[in-house]
Design a protein around this ligand. Structure first.
Ligand code: G6P
Length: 611
């Protein structure tokens, strides 16, 4: 899950590549590097962020209208200058950038070392470019063919770009399991891991498919399958605006994305709900309507925040559609021997649509005959292209590494799916649907109201910014919200945080409570309110500090809690969409106050394309 950018055309490549790397930095920020070619092949690379690379190259020769760059999330080899991409061949004539993992690099490396190759890094990537050179030496094949043959010999996942000092009018790009997009301009082409570095130059893009290799010249490109058959690339138009990729006056992308939620939830519902008619319409899955009537079970697979959304979905689908639901970590599911039948529906949730474990879980379920739906945010990503059907979240590009608006959009889609399936299976009355959909339609305004607590939340953050631990507790569908609140806090502020079902607190976490422990409760007015109130008392009795998310107008919890944050009254089904908002803001402010880089937390990456 590194970021890749390439350019071939008539402009200076360097500014395009550096800007593109900044856009892709969410994919990894352990090191960055570039290759440029004008009269000679230049390689500059540096451990650290893209800005460190920029400082490093100041005053150096940055000329060339052919080039490529890489921002790395380290897998093989520590984050250091020498392990940074691009990597060069033994003869220094070829360079490569790579996203993914070459699993059989060890054996290939041994063979190459025995032939006299000298390696300069600990990476799997360097092995691949030496292999290309070796094939050229041994067979006399040209670079294009040698690269293709080399790719037939590697096992693993990759998106790569190769340049050669002897081919100043050629970039070679290939993908298998890691994304790669080619921007098609006039007399110029752009390559990137996603469309964000491309959108300001051209809206015409080709999403390379797995096992495809593109030979790109200034005046045209040829796409082949790895087995050497010529492919006809499909050029499509990007539905992305440049301002979606800017901070738009906010200090951080994360804050901008938190504030975008009224809009993103509205976009997610647009054209899909008809409150007065009591009707949900999901075009992406409508061909499977009959199938939905007969499914025995739904299995949701996902990772990270998307898994939390899946847990909320479990409550909603079981409640309304009355289908049993299991929610699985994709990484665990793929390595079990799960029992899957043709009567199962598997729903894969992924913001990026590229998460390796989720992809693998889909493949496994597909092999065993299940129907697979996707819930993805990035249009055209790998997951929506491998599932049978699906629903996009339409949250727009999410750039902050910690997921915010993608989560609420995923929950919104799951809510729509729950009602859609309920509608098909007749497990909900028309009048109930009218009632729920009317309320759902007002959620964007209620989210707007919830955001108004921002200043109050900032004051609370001041009190807890130096905490070392924090507990998040909730019941029912507020339990996954507690998990998500804990994840937000730990990933961006590095405070140890745990989410727990409130009633389970007595079976362990209660031992942690003392007068240093903040405990965040989701204590909204719903069917488990009284029980949660008792749990709050248990924490107070042990001198814990309680921050409670409550329903507007609540008086009971207000008397017990140290701090309360109100959210508007809504239908129990939609509480997760509102209760998440203050938890995102709390994590954000605490992280900012601790001086953390909220958009690029340490060791994390937004899109995890390795196991
Ligand atoms: C990474 C990200 C998380 C995300 C998870 C799953 O860990 O940092 O924010 O929830 O991957 O990603 P996906 O794109 O599949 O939703």
């Amino acid at each position: 899950m590194c970021g890749i950018v390439g350019y071939i055309g008539y402009r200076d490549a360097y500014p395009i590549i550096i800007k593109g790397l900044h856009r892709l930095e969410y994919r990894g920020y352990d090191s960055a590097g570039i290759s440029l070619f004008d009269k000679e092949l230049k390689v500059y690379k540096k451990a650290g962020k893209v800005s460190d690379l920029e400082n490093f190259v100041k005053g150096l020769d940055l000329g060339g209208s052919l080039g490529m760059g890489h921002t790395r999330w380290a897998t093989h080899g520590a984050p250091s200058d020498r392990n940074s991409h691009p990597h060069s061949s033994n003869n220094r004539k070829l360079t490569i950038i790579h996203n993914g993992i070459i699993e059989n690099y060890g054996i290939i490396k041994e063979t190459l070392i025995s032939k006299g190759h000298i390696f300069k890094s600990d990476t799997d990537t360097e092995v691949l470019i030496h292999l290309v050179e070796d094939i050229q030496n041994e067979t006399g094949l040209d670079l294009k063919e040698a690269a293709r043959v080399a790719l037939t010999k590697v096992i693993g996942a990759y998106a790569i770009v190769i340049m050669s000092s002897e081919e100043p009018d050629l970039l070679i790009a290939a993908r298998k399991g890691s994304p790669l997009v080619i921007g098609v301009g006039k007399g110029e082409y752009f390559i990137a891991s996603d469309a964000t570095p491309i959108v300001e130059y051209t809206k015409n893009v080709i999403y390379l498919n797995d096992n495809e290799i593109a030979y790109i010249h200034r005046d045209g490109l040829l796409v082949k399958n790895i087995d050497n058959t010529i492919q006809t690339p499909y050029i499509q138009e990007l539905d992305m605006k440049l301002e979606m990729l800017e901070k738009g006056g906010y200090d951080h992308f994360m804050l901008k994305e938190i504030y975008e939620q009224p809009r993103s939830i509205r976009d997610c519902m647009r054209g899909r709900i008809y409150p007065q008619l009591g009707k949900v319409q999901l075009g992406g899955i409508k061909e499977y309507t009959e199938k939905l009537k007969n499914i025995d079970r739904i299995i949701i697979v996902a990772c990270g925040t998307s898994w939390h959304a899946g847990l909320v979905g479990e409550y909603l689908i079981e409640e309304y559609a009355r289908v049993p639901v299991e929610v699985e970590y994709a990484s665990e599911f793929r390595y079990r021997n799960p029992i899957i039948t043709e009567k199962d529906l598997v729903i894969a949730i992924s913001q990026s649509g590229e998460t390796a474990d989720t992809m693998a879980a889909i493949e496994l379920a597909k092999e065993r005959g299940a129907t697979i739906f996707g819930i993805c945010n990035v249009v055209g990503a790998s997951i929506p292209r491998t599932t049978h059907a699906g629903v996009y979240t339409h949250a727009g590009p999410e750039i902050g590494v910690a997921s915010t608006k993608a989560f609420t959009a995923q929950v919104t889609v799951l809510t729509l799916m729950a009602f859609y399936i309920a509608q098909q299976r007749g497990t909900i009355t028309q009048s109930k649907l009218v009632e729920h959909l009317t309320e759902l339609n007002s959620i964007p305004e209620l989210v707007e109201q919830a955001l108004k607590s921002n200043d109050h939340i900032k004051e609370i953050a001041v009190k807890f910014k130096d905490s070392t631990n924090c507990l998040f507790l909730g019941r029912g569908s507020s339990f996954p919200v507690a998990l998500e609140g804990a994840l937000k806090l730990k990933e961006i502020s590095y405070i140890h945080a745990e989410g727990y079902p409130a009633a389970e607190m007595k079976h362990g976490p209660i031992a942690l409570i003392d007068d240093d422990m903040p405990v965040v409760f989701i204590a909204t007015k719903d069917s488990s309110y009284e029980k949660v109130v008792s749990n709050i008392q248990e924490v107070k009795a042990r001198k814990g500090h309680v921050i409670a998310i409550v329903t507007e107008g609540d008086t009971q919890v207000k008397e017990m809690a140290d701090f309360v944050i109100e959210i508007p009254q809504t239908d129990q089904a939609f509480v997760p969409l509102l209760a998440t908002i203050p938890l995102q803001l709390l994590a954000y402010h605490i992280a900012v106050m601790r001086g953390c880089n909220v958009d690029q937390p340490r060791n994390l990456a937004k899109s995890v394309t390795v196991e």
